[in-house]
Design a protein around this ligand. Structure first.
Ligand SMILES: Nc1ncnc2c1ncn2[C@@H]1O[C@H](COP(=O)(O)OP(=O)(O)OP(=O)(O)O)[C@@H](O)[C@H]1O
Length: 286
């Protein structure tokens, strides 16, 4: 069943088009976990605001779910930092939820010891656990996260990611993120925006197939000369070179070369950044 479906959606502010899904229709189906990616200002938050009816748009959006069944974390949460955690929880959490159930959920998110702290004094990880608790306490059917791990250090991000993985089981979810690794770990579909334009939307497996990306090898720049002649599609990222294999055959041929030289390398079966780069190039937008 479609949870959301969108047709010909456009958002214009004054004369500027900030989101244009053109004539594509987008169906978000029960159980989908959708990674929404694109550079700063690409229109990711605007897309979420359209789904939640928080912004004026042209076109058609059908929602087969009530707003109460959607748990949302937005980039700007609007809580006052001075408020204490227990005050925030009692303000937000519906009184119809039994105290016992709330306590149990607090334990799940390891926040019960934070109740007397002011929100502004929480660490990044504690604040995101509190945010996840506030999104999840009613057990919503649909989850929306807008950059939930931005600004967290590596370890805290891994911790939040493992919480996300746990709570997303059997849920429909949309995750706006700048971290491709999060999409790799959590999502089954991808929505790619660029300067407000929809570049592509679909299942991740299908997009890899459509873009003929079988796998990638990541080598140190100094070792790239080994594969340079044998590589058609590659790009640099910091001190590394990513070589895209179009097929199993290419993957095997290059592996032989790599093995002969004994150089170190990483292998990725589904590298979302390679997919993103490829789509951007194909569409000729960069
Ligand atoms: N209320 C508004 N008034 C004017 N411009 C707006 C408004 N809301 C968004 N925009 C513009 O629309 C574009 C898309 O914004 P949006 O917040 O959706 O991008 P984003 O992809 O979520 O970016 P980021 O990764 O930086 O969070 C940006 O250029 C932004 O400045």
């Amino acid at each position: 069943m479609d949870i959301f479906s969108l047709e010909n959606v456009r958002v214009r502010i004054k004369d500027k088009m900030i989101l244009d899904l053109k004539d594509r229709s987008i169906h978000i189906t029960e159980g989908d976990v959708i990674g929404i990616i694109g550079e700063n200002g690409a229109g990711k938050t605007t897309f979420i605001r359209v789904l939640l009816d928080l912004i004026k748009f042209e076109g058609k959006v059908q929602r087969n779910i009530s707003f109460q069944s959607i748990g949302v974390q937005m980039q700007k949460n609007g809580f006052s930092g001075l408020i204490k955690v227990y005050e925030l929880i009692s303000f937000i959490c519906n009184s119809s939820i039994k105290k016992m159930q709330l306590m149990e959920k607090m334990r799940d998110f390891q926040i019960e010891h934070l109740l007397n702290k002011r929100v502004e004094s929480l660490s990044g990880g504690e604040l995101q656990r509190l945010t996840l608790f506030l999104v999840m306490y009613r057990d919503p059917e649909v989850l929306i996260f807008d950059e939930i791990t931005t600004g967290l250090d590596y370890q805290t991000r891994q911790m939040v990611l493992s919480y996300l993985k746990k709570i997303m089981h059997n849920k429909t979810a949309l995750i706006v993120t700048h971290y491709y690794e999060e999409v790799e770990k959590l999502a089954n579909k991808l929505l790619i925006l660029y300067h407000g334009r929809l570049l592509d939307y679909g299942s991740i497996d299908y997009l890899f197939e459509k873009n003929q990306i079988f796998s990638s090898y990541i080598l140190k720049k100094d070792d790239f000369y080994l594969l340079e002649k044998a590589s058609e599609k590659w790009y640099e990222i910091e001190d590394k070179v990513v070589v895209i294999n179009r097929s199993k055959k290419e993957e095997e041929e290059r592996l032989q070369i790599i093995h002969k030289s004994n150089c170190t390398y990483d292998y990725k079966k589904k590298d979302i950044y390679s997919l993103y780069k490829n789509i951007i190039e194909q569409k000729g937008v960069k």
